[in-house]
Design a protein around this ligand. Structure first.
Ligand SMILES: Cc1cc2nc3c(=O)[nH]c(=O)nc-3n(C[C@H](O)[C@H](O)[C@H](O)COP(=O)(O)OP(=O)(O)OC[C@H]3O[C@@H](n4cnc5c(N)ncnc54)[C@H](O)[C@@H]3O)c2cc1C
Length: 231
């Protein structure tokens, strides 16, 4: 039932990713973990030459709370990362899409990784919630008996994965068996996150323990985070 009407459909596909917990009964389905990103002004060729980033390869430091960056078509460094707090009760509001502290952290990281661009002006800052499942594994699901389908839980890697998930859902809904429907991410249920306050404590403790301290020091993922991420 919507505020302004009711829609009936034979099949309903839920593709709400990080916003899913706001739907009734789905509070523990996915944790919205925020990723924020900044972009520099277009950099002059002399800066690119000093950095030595002459092709548009993308990069990531491959930690769980990672930094990722690319050279944009118009010559900017676009650098993002996680580290914004998880908000109690899996809340998502537009104000969470930006955080001065995280933007400042990204700025410092940019200066550390690319000293030649340390004084570049930051012209864009933005962010949004990622959908993180309890086992950090995306899934695709269709239940013909109820007509309910869902896909998601991409943990921030959904641009390509969501397209594959959509094609896979189309096959499933049409009742076709294809190589896509045989992929292991086609599942019939998902393990929920713990209720609050355990969810809030676990995710934010994981951020605190894992991000830039323990892993940097030891080079290894701590056991507490292994448990949290389902690995
Ligand atoms: C800063 C940042 C950088 C990123 N960089 C990358 C990257 O480099 N590569 C990559 O692969 N991924 C990246 N991602 C992740 C990527 O954006 C997501 O994985 C992808 O957008 C997921 O697609 P989706 O369509 O499943 O969900 P979304 O794009 O999150 O779309 C969900 C939709 O659901 C709608 N919605 C919410 N609530 C309701 C409701 N009640 N009813 C109806 N609709 C609703 C929302 O308005 C939204 O349009 C990044 C994310 C962020 C925030």
């Amino acid at each position: 039932m919507l505020a302004d009407g009711e829609i009936q459909a034979g099949v309903v596909v839920r593709a709400t990713e990080g916003y899913t917990p706001a739907l009734p009964g789905l509070r523990r389905e996915l944790a919205p973990v925020y990723s924020l990103i900044i972009a520099t002004q277009p950099l002059p060729e002399s800066v690119w030459a000093e950095i030595g980033w002459d092709r548009r390869v993308t990069l990531s430091d491959a930690r769980r709370l990672l930094i990722y960056a690319q050279r944009s078509a118009d010559g900017r460094i676009v650098l993002g990362g996680r580290g914004a707090p998880y908000h109690f009760g899996s809340r998502t509001i537009p104000a969470f899409d930006s955080s001065p502290a995280v933007f400042a952290h990204l700025r410092r990281t940019l200066a550390t990784l690319f000293p030649a661009a340390a004084t570049a002006r930051i012209t864009h800052r933005w962010g949004g919630p990622l959908g993180v499942p309890r086992d950090w594994t995306p899934g695709v699901c269709f239940a013909p008996d109820t007509g309910l389908a869902w896909a998601g839980g991409y943990v921030g890697d959904g641009v390509a994965a969501a397209a594959l998930a959509g094609r896979t859902l189309a096959d499933l809904i049409r009742g076709q068996r294809t190589p896509r429907t045989a992929l292991p991410w086609v599942v019939d249920h998902r393990r929920p996150w713990e209720p609050e306050p355990a969810r809030w404590l676990g995710i934010n403790a994981g951020h605190l323990l894992a991000a830039d301290t323990r892993e940097n020091r030891t080079g290894r993922l701590g056991p507490a985070l292994d448990h949290l991420t389902g690995h």
